[in-house]
Design a protein around this ligand. Structure first.
Ligand code: FAD
Length: 512
C-alpha cells in the first residue's frame, strides 16, 4: 500500500508553489477503508500523513517528509440532488466535474476558483478556496453542507452543518470574547482555523473548512448548489492611478457585482493587447433579467465617468468573455518567461480591508522595487484580495534573500493595513510562522488547542498552520543550489506540469 520507490517519491516532492520536499512514501488509497487503515497504521507507528488532492495548493500544505496520501484518484463518486440543491462528491471530484454534473439542472457551485479544472473537492474544502465570484457568493465555506472525515483515531464521522453536534473542541466564554477582537476584518480569510465562524455557528464543519489537512482526511463533501443566473453583463474599466481605482471599488461593490477583478500595470505589461492604463477592473454582473443586467452596467459606467479613463462594456456572456480575455492572456505570457525568471508564490495571497486596497497595491509595488524583484499583481479587487507573482532572476546572487526580505516587507505591510496573508490559498508551511503576528499568541494558543483536540499525536500535516520549530518561509525551495535532488527527467516533468497548470496529471505518470 505504501510506495517507497525513489522515483514515485520524487514525483510527489513538488506541488504548485515554491517548495520541494521529498516524502518518505506515497499512499494512494482506493476507498474509505484504505484511509481508515492508513490512519490506524499512522497512529500506531507515529508516521506522519500529508493529505493531498491535485497538488495545486500554493503554500506547501500538500508536501511533507511523511507519507503523502493521494486522494485525487480513488474518491470519484458524484451525485446531484436537484430537488435539494445539493451534490455529493468524493474527495477527488474536481470543481469542474461538480459543475458539469449540476449544469443540466440549471445549478452550479458558485465560488469559481480558476484552478477549478483540477482542484479537488477535498482540496477546496481544506483550503476554503474561492474565486472571482466570491465577492458575491463567498468562499467555499458557505457552500459546504456536510463532510465525511476520517479522524486521527480512525473513526469515520459525518459532520453536518446546523447539527451543532458535540465536537471535540469547545470555546470558553473568555475565548468567545477574544475571537471577535483578534480576528481581522477582511472579507476573505484562509488563515488558520476559522474560530470566528465556529463561534457563530457551533458547527464542526467550520473548523474543518480551511483546516488544510491538519485535523483529518476529508473523503466526501456535500456541496450546496445554487441556480445559475440567466443573464450576465459587465465592463472593463481602466484607471490612470491606484487611488481612482480603489475609490471605484466600493462603489462597484454597492451595485452587487458577481466579480470585480483587478489587473495591475505590473501584469498588464505582459499582455500587448491590454489597454495602457495603471490598472484595469473587470466587472461582471449577474441578474434575473437582461434589462437589469444591462441597466446595472449603465449605472457602473455613469457612476465612474469622471474617474475611469478607459471603458468597454459587454451585454452578454460572449461579450464578457471577450473583455476578460486580457486576463487569460496573462498566464501563458508569464509561463513563457525565461527559465531563469521563475514565478514564486511567496506573497501571493494577501487580503486587506476594502478601503486599504490602493495602499496595499502601492505598498506591494514599492516593496518589490526596493528588493529589485519584478512582480505581476492581479486579484479579486471586490474582496480586497490581491495575488502577486514574484519574478526574481535566479541567476543573480542573493535572490533567495531578496525573496525572504520581500516576504517580511509584505507581512509588515499587511499587519499595518489590518490584512491577512491568505485570502484563499491557505497558510500551509509558507505562512505558518507569521500567524501569531496577525492573531496574537492567545488565538494561536487556541489554534494549538484545536489541533490537539482533533489530532493529539500530530499525525496529520505537522508544520502546516501550526509552525515547525525550525520554520522559515524560504527553506526547501524548489529552485537553487539547496533544492532537494530528484531525477532530472522528473524535475523537468514537474516543471512542465507547473508551466502548463497540468495538475490533474496522475503523479505516478511522471515517473514513467
Ligand atoms: C493555476 C492555479 C490557479 C489557482 N487559482 C485558485 C483560485 O482561483 N482560487 C483558489 O482558492 N485557489 C486557487 N489555486 C490554489 C489551489 O488550486 C487551491 O488551493 C485548491 O483548493 C487546492 O486543491 P487541490 O486538490 O490541488 O489540493 P492540494 O493542493 O493537494 O492540497 C491543498 C491542501 O488541502 C489539503 N487536502 C487536500 N485534499 C484533502 C483531503 N481530501 N482531506 C483533507 N485535506 C486535504 C492538503 O493537505 C493541503 O493542505 C490555484 C492554483 C493554481 C496552480
Amino acid at each position: 500500500m505504501l510506495v517507497t520507490d525513489a522515483r514515485a517519491r520524487a514525483a510527489y516532492a513538488e506541488a504548485a508553489g515554491i517548495y520541494r520536499i521529498l516524502p518518505a512514501a506515497v499512499a494512494i488509497p482506493e476507498n474509505r477503508d484504505d484511509v481508515v487503515a492508513l490512519v490506524r497504521q499512522a497512529t500506531e507507528s507515529g508516521m506522519e500523513l500529508v493529505p493531498r488532492g491535485a497538488g495545486s495548493g500554493m503554500p506547501g500544505g500538500n508536501l511533507g517528509t511523511g507519507v503523502i496520501v493521494d486522494l485525487s484518484i480513488g474518491f470519484g463518486g458524484l451525485t446531484v440532488d436537484p430537488h435539494n440543491l445539493t451534490a455529493r462528491a468524493g474527495a477527488s471530484v474536481t470543481w469542474a466535474r461538480v459543475n458539469e454534473a449540476a449544469k443540466p439542472y440549471g445549478l452550479r457551485l458558485p465560488p469559481d476558483p480558476s484552478s477549478g479544472d483540477f482542484a479537488t473537492s477535498g482540496g477546496m474544502v481544506a483550503t476554503n478556496a474561492a474565486g472571482p465570484r466570491s465577492v458575491r457568493y463567498g468562499s467555499m465555506r458557505r457552500w459546504v453542507e456536510a463532510l465525511e472525515v476520517v479522524g486521527a483515531d480512525g473513526s469515520v464521522r459525518i459532520l453536518e452543518r446546523g447539527s451543532r453536534s458535540q465536537g471535540r473542541f469547545t470555546l470558553t466564554p473568555d475565548s468567545r470574547l477574544l475571537i471577535p477582537a483578534r480576528f481581522p476584518k477582511t472579507r476573505k480569510n484562509s488563515c488558520g482555523y476559522a474560530l470566528d465562524r465556529f463561534a457563530e455557528s457551533g458547527d464542526e464543519v467550520d473548523l474543518f473548512v480551511g483546516s488544510e489537512g491538519t485535523l483529518g482526511i476529508v473523503t466526501e463533501v456535500q456541496w450546496k448548489l445554487d441556480p445559475i443566473p440567466p443573464h450576465t453583463a459587465g465592463a472593463a474599466l481602466g484607471f490612470a492611478d491606484l487611488e481612482s481605482m480603489s475609490e471605484a471599488v466600493p462603489y462597484l461593490v454597492s451595485l452587487t457585482p458577481s466579480a470585480i477583478e483587478l489587473l495591475d500595470e505590473t501584469l498588464l505589461r505582459f499582455v500587448p493587447e491590454a489597454p495602457s492604463v495603471a490598472c484595469l477592473l473587470l466587472v461582471e454582473f449577474e441578474r434575473e433579467d437582461a434589462a437589469a443586467a444591462r441597466g446595472v452596467v449603465g449605472d457602473a459606467v455613469r457612476g465612474l465617468k469622471t474617474s475611469a479613463v478607459h471603458v468597454e462594456t459587454a451585454v452578454n456572456r460572449a461579450g464578457l468573455e471577450q473583455l476578460w480575455s486580457v486576463r487569460r492572456l496573462a498566464s501563458p505570457a508569464l509561463a513563457r518567461l525565461p527559465a531563469t525568471q521563475r514565478s514564486f508564490q511567496i506573497v501571493e495571497d494577501g487580503c486587506v480591508p476594502l478601503d486599504a486596497l490602493g495602499a496595499y497595491v502601492a505598498g506591494l509595488r514599492a516593496a518589490a522595487a526596493q528588493r529589485n524583484i519584478p512582480v505581476a499583481i492581479f486579484g479579486h479587487a471586490g474582496d480586497g484580495h490581491v495575488h502577486v507573482n514574484a519574478l526574481p532572476d535566479t541567476t543573480r546572487d542573493g535572490w533567495r534573500d531578496g525573496l525572504a526580505a520581500l516576504f517580511e516587507d509584505v507581512t509588515a505591510l499587511l499587519l499595518r493595513l489590518g490584512g491577512v496573508p491568505s485570502g484563499e490559498h491557505g497558510v500551509g508551511r509558507l505562512r505558518a510562522g507569521v500567524l501569531e503576528q496577525f492573531y496574537g499568541k492567545a488565538v494561536v494558543d487556541l489554534f494549538r488547542g484545536v489541533k490537539r483536540a482533533y489530532d493529539p499525536l500530530s499525525i496529520f500535516n505537522p508544520g502546516v498552520i501550526i509552525p515547525a520549530n525550525d520554520w522559515s518561509p524560504v527553506a526547501a525551495l524548489k529552485m537553487g543550489a539547496e533544492a532537494a535532488v530528484i531525477p532530472d527527467d522528473i524535475a523537468t516533468r514537474l516543471r512542465e506540469v507547473e508551466r502548463s497548470a497540468a495538475w490533474a496529471t496522475p503523479k505516478l505518470e511522471l515517473t514513467r
